[in-house]
Design a protein around this ligand. Structure first.
Ligand code: 13P
Length: 342
């Protein structure tokens, strides 16, 4: 079992490739669709995911896709179930298994992620549906007097319970403690809070006997808060992020797959590129982006079947840019090479 987990974890961080997070919950995908004036019906959600999952050439840069509960049960236009459609392209299907961040009792402004009840049974079902890896996202907010140690440790405990159950089911857990970058905080504050969070997460993972070689970490990068007066540049973001992770993430973990967390598409590529340029590092440094891979495709699509080709071209371009950032081969000049949109 440990061997199988290690094989899948390594395949997910294969050179030049990263993960597409297409696991938006019903509420989140509705927000995304509203932003382009599209109604969030089951068929529109299926059609949009179909467009992404059938983009020719994406498999050159995409190792795995994180699906949502509804999507893993849906099929492509040709009737092939989405997990099988991904397997045809040698892309590994994964599944988000948490049930979202809910208010944490007695801790104003803080949340804890729920979804542990019945998780063992759900994991078994997802494995039967074709999933080979899982994801659980905890949310840590920076603000006045927060995050509390209570919030950090409660979320870390739940993340480790998820990871242990996932490995028991033969599924590689992607452990996602996201420190939000919304706010006026400085990059130093991001560094401090991310350090406290990673310390708690790896303490809990170890205490709960999680096999480090068979998991991946999905963290935030260390940035200046988006509303901070002083914005750190690409080099500083890369240096602070690497310093923090070297201190807290065991070398036994095969890969760190960053979330994009509201960065612009190009910043997410540039930051990952700069980190890989400063390697070698103890772990693979890769991406598991949602918005930074999908935003241009969503805009190009706007719910119109006539725009599918243009949307796929936009997605493929971002996948390629981030694939290049895996080896430090990205540069902003390459952004002009968007494939012709017919
Ligand atoms: P973003 O890259 O849009 O932050 O999404 C990644 C993700 O999966 C959040 O859970």
């Amino acid at each position: 079992m440990a061997g199988e987990l290690e094989v899948v974890a390594s395949a997910l961080v294969a050179p030049g490739k990263g993960i597409l997070a297409a696991d938006e919950s019903s509420g989140t995908i509705e927000k995304r669709f509203t932003s382009i004036g599209v109604e969030s019906t089951e068929e529109n959600r299926r059609g949009y995911r179909d467009l992404l999952l059938t983009t020719e050439g994406a498999a050159d840069h995409i190792s795995g896709v994180i699906l949502y509960d509804e999507t893993i049960r849906q099929s492509s236009a040709d009737g092939t179930a989405f997990p099988a459609k991904l397997n045809e392209q040698e892309i590994i299907p994964g599944i988000k298994v948490d049930k979202g961040a809910k208010p944490l009792a007695g801790a104003a402004g803080e949340t804890v992620t729920e979804g542990l009840d019945g998780l063992r049974e759900r994991l078994e079902e997802y494995r039967g549906l074709g999933a080979r890896f899982t994801k659980w996202r905890a949310v840590i907010t920076i603000g006045d007097g927060i995050p509390s140690e209570y919030c950090i440790w409660t979320n870390a405990h739940a993340l480790a319970r998820f990871a242990a159950l996932s490995q028991e089911a033969g599924l590689v857990p992607i452990v996602e403690p996201e420190v939000l970058m919304d706010g006026t905080h400085t990059i130093e504050r991001s560094f401090d809070v991310t350090s406290r969070t990673l310390h708690a997460v790896f303490t809990e993972l170890r205490d709960q006997r999680v096999h480090f070689e068979g998991m991946l970490l999905k963290p935030n990068m260390i940035l200046s808060g988006y509303e901070c007066q002083e914005q750190a540049g690409v080099e500083q973001v890369a240096a602070e992020t690497i310093t923090c992770f070297r201190r807290h993430v065991p070398a036994a973990v095969p890969g760190i797959v960053f979330l994009s967390g509201g960065q612009t598409d190009e910043a997410a590529s540039a930051h990952l590129n700069a980190m890989n340029l400063s390697g070698p590092h103890p772990w693979e440094l890769s991406f598991s982006y949602g918005r930074a891979l999908q935003a241009p495709a969503l805009k190009a699509w706007r719910g119109d079947p006539d725009n599918v080709t243009a949307a796929q071209a936009a997605y493929l371009h971002r996948a390629r840019m981030n694939g290049l950032a895996r080896s430090g081969s990205y540069s902003p000049e390459l952004e002009a090479q968007v494939p012709a949109q017919t």
